[in-house]
Design a protein around this ligand. Structure first.
Ligand code: HEC
Ligand code: HEC
Length: 297
């Protein structure tokens, strides 16, 4: 078949291409497609006249409507800031005790603190801040690094064993793995630690073991946990006489802590949150602790 022949069934011309007796029809592009292309192109052109579009050498055509998403965003940010600024500056400027005794500011702290805590902290510390294995209960337990507002703010800002140059640094040594203590000595000191707290195994402790463990403790542990084992905030070492355990209060948990060591990681939030947000979180944590004490007594 050659060019210009008409297909007898459809009435269309053929292209002249033929493969094994099958010929190709030369059907035109449907009119509706052409029409919609023209309309789209026309609308596109009109849009470039209405909205910011064509680049010039040093600026750009702003569009006859004068709509600029940059201005829209800038305006809404400014609006949100204006709405927040009165209480925001109060929180930024006033000291902790003044804010804590101001019911109106504390209402704002609780509202914003809950969101900030849920977004940033709850994954590790839990929504109620009571922690989980490996992550301390910061709503109730004595703070590793002290529970003054300033100490808590500092911990949240620089983190613990974090990448911040001023990070708080702490490490429970791996007495077993590093061979500092023998397994029997670790067993003894574990019994001693168990004897100090109300929690732990219900099985009665061997008196001799506890006595020997006491000596092991005095020789190896007091530098960080203190003579009375109540912890030293300078070292971030926990109180071993209370009922709060970061890594579990069963005998095998304690044995594991002493054998393998522990080194918790708390991110440095100063790199991610504003100083005001960190202050709100500090107040939020303090407020939870105050309520926990109130409810407990
Ligand atoms: C990736 C997990 C993780 C996240 C997220 C996290 N923390 Fe922590 N945080 C930890 C760990 C682990 C420790 C304890 C470190 C240790 O064992 O020495 C800790 C300790 C703390 C302490 C010190 C507790 C003490 O006893 O001194 C405070 C306060 C704290 N976190 C607050 C926060 C706040 C507020 C946030 C949210 C902005 C947050 N954390 C988010 C893991 C986390
Ligand atoms: C160099 C300081 C240091 C020394 C020495 C040290 N500890 Fe610790 N210990 C820590 C720190 C810091 C933690 C908390 C680690 C963490 O939270 O990641 C800890 C945690 C623990 C825990 C787990 C507490 C919990 O809440 O789960 C136990 C148990 C413990 N130490 C017992 C001992 C015993 C027993 C010795 C002596 C054989 C000892 N430690 C010596 C610093 C020390």
């Amino acid at each position: 078949m050659s060019v210009g022949e008409r297909d007898p069934f459809t009435g269309h011309m053929t292209t002249g291409h033929e493969w094994n007796g099958i010929t190709e029809l030369n059907t035109p592009v449907p009119r509706v497609v052409i029409l919609s292309l023209i309309i789209t192109a026309a609308l596109g052109l009109v849009w470039t006249v209405l909205m910011p579009s064509w680049p010039f050498v040093t600026s750009y055509f702003p569009g006859v409507l004068g709509i600029d998403q940059r201005n829209v965003v800038a305006n809404s940010v400014a609006e949100a800031q204006a709405e927040r600024s009165p209480w925001m500056s109060s929180i930024e400027d006033q000291d902790f005790s003044a804010i804590l005794s101001n019911p109106e500011l504390m209402r704002i702290v609780r509202e914003n603190g809950r969101t900030l805590f849920g977004d940033n902290c709850a994954a590790c510390h839990g929504h109620d801040a009571k922690g989980q294995r490996g992550f301390p209960n910061i709503a109730q337990s004595p703070m590793l690094w002290g529970d003054s507002p300033e100490a808590i703010l500092q911990t949240i800002t620089v983190g613990i064993n974090s990448t911040d140059p001023n990070t708080r640094v702490s490490q429970m040594l791996a007495f077993g793995r590093d061979g500092t203590l023998t397994p029997p000595q670790i067993s003894q000191v574990t019994s001693y630690v168990q004897s100090l707290s109300a929690t732990g195994s219900a099985a009665p402790l061997d008196k001799d073991q506890v006595e020997q463990g006491k000596a092991v403790f005095a020789a190896n542990c007091v530098a960080c946990h203190g003579k009375d084992a109540k912890g030293l905030t300078d070292m971030g070492a926990p109180n071993l006489t209370d009922s709060y355990w970061i890594y579990g209060g069963e005998r095998q948990d304690m044995y594991g802590s002493i054998y393998h060591g522990r080194q918790g990681h708390m991110p440095n939030w100063g790199a991610r949150l504003s100083p005001a947000a960190i202050k709100i979180l500090t107040l939020y944590v303090l407020d939870m602790r105050k309520q926990a004490v109130g409810a407990g007594s």
